[in-house]
Design a protein around this ligand. Structure first.
Ligand code: 1MF
Length: 179
């Protein structure tokens, strides 16, 4: 993943737990290099190692780390200059979710090593939505849960989010309902 992601993990840890915890997490992850460049592409294994080390060091489930990361991501990317990209993608949460693939296509146009996930929102008759999430990367569904919580804050809506049970299909599904 692009260094922006690893830098965001660093930002989250330093902001919430302090510089010293970040140093220990890097030691535990046994990485050659921990000064990540936002626009350089890194092996996904580095990101997974950071999440694993953070989980051990902070005594949190990996899922909790991923969820916190997802929630932090929207705030972080706005701070890093992606606010206008995000604003372009919709004035409502539903519109934003409809445009996630276009947003990744836009980023991918200049960042050729991007491996974008794919999102599809299926509106339901009762006004709720099922969000279909497809990714080449394993195990990141808790991050999507956090991303949705972050978006709920951004659009100031009270969201009920349910990670749906596997239905035999090849992807993850979330039920999203505005309260
Ligand atoms: O392949 C990648 O490197 C990659 C990196 C980030 C792929 C996707 C993403 C973003 N995505 C992270 C979870 C990925 C889970 C998965 O792969 O299964 C979050 C997507 C998302 C969902 C909800 C709301 C907002 C979201 O993201 C907004 C976003 C997405 C990408 C970027 C910024 C905001 C981005 C911008 C620049 C990038 C890379 C990603 O690269 C740079 C970095 C610095 C300078 C220039 C380009």
């Amino acid at each position: 993943m692009y260094g922006l992601v690893n830098r965001a993990i660093q930002g989250l840890v330093v902001e919430k737990f302090g510089q010293d915890k970040w140093r220990r997490i890097c030691e535990r992850a046994e990485l050659q290099q921990t000064n990540f460049v936002a626009m350089d592409a890194y092996d996904d294994a580095i990101t997974y190692a950071l999440v694993g080390a953070a989980s051990a060091e902070l005594e949190l489930d990996a899922a909790a780390v991923l969820e916190a990361f997802g929630e932090y991501w929207t705030v972080y990317t706005i701070d890093e200059g992606y606010g206008s990209l995000l604003s372009m993608m919709g004035d409502t949460l539903e519109e934003f979710l409809d445009n996630l693939d276009s947003m990744h296509a836009r980023v991918g146009a200049t960042m050729p090593q991007l491996v974008p996930p794919s999102f599809e929102r299926e509106p339901r008759p009762d006004g709720s939505s099922v969000l279909h999430y497809r990714s080449d990367r394993a195990g990141l569904a808790p991050m999507v849960l956090g991303l949705l919580r972050g978006l709920a804050k951004r659009f100031t809506v009270d969201l009920e989010i349910e990670h749906l049970e596997p239905d035999g299909s090849d992807h993850e599904r979330f039920l999203v309902r505005v309260r």
